[in-house]
Design a protein around this ligand. Structure first.
Ligand code: TXA
Ligand code: MG
Length: 329
């Protein structure tokens, strides 16, 4: 049985982590499935619960910048500049690791992904626990990330005993991941973007200069795999309103799609049932994206036609998630 704990019962979550147990907790991006990053036995439970292949490295959440040296063996000038500018916040930095993290946490890699979340309940949890908390998104491998405690219970209720409730995740898409270990292939020491997210490339470049796009190489981050952020419904991303109309007409009249439910998600009102109207700004759109995917699945939508937002600082992150959701499975 899962217990959903209100923030006032945070002590119970701290005690569970100290006992090597799993605790799902809120962050400003998405909910995480946490365990003591220093304990192999604790971290092993994360992989088992998610059905995630062992060997996929996890993000280690830390309480503040002052803890960076405990987990990072080497802090490059770019790493420090980015951490100072964006922590706490939705930015994950990949750096050379120390032995303070269990080998399983980093999937055997010599680097570790670190982040200080900007969410009051998460911050208090980290402070009171006193160590790093390894946590991937608290969903089953391959399904969309949870942005409420309810989503976590829906996905992992049979395998996680404690879900700490901190309300809805404000940002709604995962953190930006940047490799600042200075060893990124062919990077010549420049930071390498591994996943777009809650901090835009423009913001990063303002602090450290040019960032290389590392998304085209071999998939190094599990979030880089196509079809990683997909709902059950088959997703089609369209370019504009005319394209949306065409896709809808095609989906409704195509023989093979007869009897299927076609849904629409768009930043405009569309005369169709069922349709979800999301905010026009990419930030607002991001905040509702995963919950809308879940709604569409619950309503039995077989095909979801999606019009992206056209503007906003989180546009890259939203387009990335939409195109992954639309990728062939
Ligand atoms: O916003 C977020 O980042 C959320 C919240 C819970 O913090 N977490 C999250 O975790 O999205 P997850 O496990 O779903 O994605 C973590 C990503 C994966 O794509 C993983 O491959 C990458 O981080 N990663 C972790 N350690 C890495 C490393 N040492 N080098 C390269 N990529 C790494
Ligand atoms: Mg994930």
């Amino acid at each position: 049985m899962t217990t959903v704990l209100p923030p006032e019962r945070l002590d119970e979550a701290v005690a569970a982590l100290a006992d090597g147990e799993l605790v799902a907790f809120p962050t400003e991006t998405v909910y995480g499935l946490g365990a003591d990053a220093g304990r192999s036995d604790a971290v092993a439970q994360i992989f088992a619960a998610k059905g995630r292949p062992v060997g996929h490295p996890l993000i280690v959440h830390i309480s503040d910048l002052a803890n960076l040296d405990r987990y990072a063996a080497r802090v490059t000038p770019q790493a420090l500049a980015l951490a100072e500018a964006f922590w706490p916040g939705p930015l994950t930095l990949v750096v050379d690791r120390t032995d303070a993290v269990a080998p399983e946490t980093t999937g055997g890699l010599g680097t570790v992904a670190l982040r200080v979340p900007d969410q009051p309940v998460a911050m208090e949890l980290l402070e009171r626990f006193g160590g790093g908390i390894a946590a991937p998104s608290a969903n089953r491998f391959g399904s969309v990330s949870p942005t409420t405690a309810r989503h976590v219970v829906d996905d992992l209720g049979d395998v996680v005993n404690i879900v700490l409730d901190g309300g809805r995740s404000a940002i709604g898409v995962e953190s930006t991941i940047v490799d600042v270990s200075g060893t990124g292939e062919a990077s010549g020491g420049a930071p390498v973007l591994l996943r777009p997210g809650g901090i835009s490339t423009v913001e990063l470049e303002f602090v450290v200069g040019p960032i290389l796009d590392g998304r085209s190489g071999p998939a190094r981050a599990s979030g880089m795999l196509a079809s990683h952020y997909a709902p059950r419904a088959v997703v089609t991303v369209v370019d504009d309103q005319a394209d949306l109309r065409r896709a809808l007409t095609a989906a409704m009249t195509d023989d093979p799609t007869n009897g299927e439910t076609v849904g629409v998600m768009a930043p405009i009102a569309v005369d169709h049932e069922p349709a979800w109207k999301l905010p026009a700004d990419a930030g607002g759109y991001a905040a509702e994206l995963y919950a809308t995917f879940r709604d569409a699945d619950r309503e039995g939508v077989d095909r979801l036609v999606v019009l992206p937002p056209s503007d906003g600082r989180l546009l890259d992150a939203v387009l990335d998630r939409l195109h992954k959701a639309a990728a062939p499975r």
